[in-house]
Design a protein around this ligand. Sequence first.
Ligand SMILES: [Zn+2]
Length: 559
Amino acid sequence: MKVSNMIGERFKDKPSYCVSDNHAILVKGGYIKQVSNGVYSLNPMMKRIVNNIEKIVKEELEAIGAQEVMLSSLTPLELKKESGENADKLVKFADRDNIDFVAFNTGYELAIQLIRDSAKSYTNYPFVFFENAKEFYKGRKPSGGLLHLKEAFINRVYSFHKTKDNQDVQFEKISKAYENVLLRCGLKEVFEANSSYDNSEHRFVAFNEIGDATYVACDSCDYISSFNTALSVVENAEGSGVKELELVHTPGVTTIASLAEFLRVDVKTLCKSVAYQKDSDGSLVVGFTRGDLDMNQSKLENIVGDTLYPAELNEDSILSGGFIGPYKIPKEVEVYFDKSLIGIESLAIGANEFDKHYTGFNVERDYGEVEYKDLSDVKEGEGCPLCAKKTLSIKKSVELARLVKTGDALTKAMSVQFLDDDGESKTPFMCAYQLDLLKVAALICEEEHDEYGPIWPKSISPWKVEICCLRSDDEACKSYADDLYTTLKDRGVEVLYDDRKVRPGSMFSDADLFGIPLRVIVSPRNMKDSCVEIASRDKSYVNKSPLDKALDDILDFLK
Ligand SMILES: [Zn+2]
């Protein structure tokens, strides 16, 4: 490829809409072209990077026996309905025969449909296959350049198994394959983290400040979890002694901070209440936690088994906003207590009356037996659920892959059955895996760049060598560079050739934006000394190489 022919306009300045370094570099360097907010086309350089990532993915997955397929990007609505998944938020259209389709969504139903007819005997299992496909997220608010797109390019793996044990073994294999892919692509460090309440879902994440996800990791052991599923381990506040329950007039004291100030007590002896309503029927749910902690809505939703939204309270509500507490709370309200309240002998609580609180509340004495739950947000420096050391840290993270054991829920819903060797009809187990290929490229760019541009790892770099011919009007330079270009291509080396008549400064700043691992500089001065300069993009290697030895030095570097 010659730079003069290459599609992809480069910019001197960072476009104003770019939100991160990788976003700025990829736009500035002519890698991607914005089509709409969160929607991009890829120029040849970026396409080559993605091709290289796809190649690594294919090698790793085929090595463990997965087969490549190509599922349709259209799912008939009838098929979609079989799984019971809500299709409201998907892209839908009808064709000229009035057949309804959903487009560019996850391929779950198509994957099941692909094997359903041949999955009837135990002898055919397992089925493990993959594809790379585009997904479109209609409801997504894009952010962070390529890290959070409306349209993503995803590697998807599906596997079907006779037993749960078979499924778990395969899950480990795909997980290892994905880890290999991410490290081979050049990411420095990735972590597999639990991201579900029942350990059925894992994610591969990389810690990075530009990430839009939050994970909790222990600095002393291997514990790692998504923020919402991380177990909160708090040392319960010292009991302040059992006291009498006492109603206190607290005019206008509606926040935890103002209550602590008003009563002149430690915030850890207050009971915080957060009121929600259920999405299904609007009924009220209240969670109680210790005053210094925050209620985690996702944890509460998991326990309640419904989506919740903040309660809309007014004067007619059965709850008095700002004064909600567990004592004499209306029976219609579902209540939940966080573990942090265990053992606190005397709490200050809302009195369920405007401008009033109780002090001296004791959960067991004044409310009764309670099943405490884990409802609070984890805090930095909190005790680790695994090793108990107070070394938990909260990290901004980029989620790169999602691995899900769907169990037999989907296969049951879509009536997949097989005859097992014991003669019984059974439902297979299914797993689904997704790896975001564009995110991987964007994150590598974010991790591997300097102020001038990306420093692509050899494994995914769009080309491996760039020849910079500083004076293409100089016959000796031109002829040597032309020959080297042809020879490298003949040797199967991916090479980019800059033979434009531009100033050296301009050629070098473009070369920095291309970020190719090795640069060969052919200049009249070097030619006079019968050598070329060979330099790595990361500046760790610079060498003047005699003309007749340059090819060997280049090939050596690439080994
Ligand atoms: Zn730990």
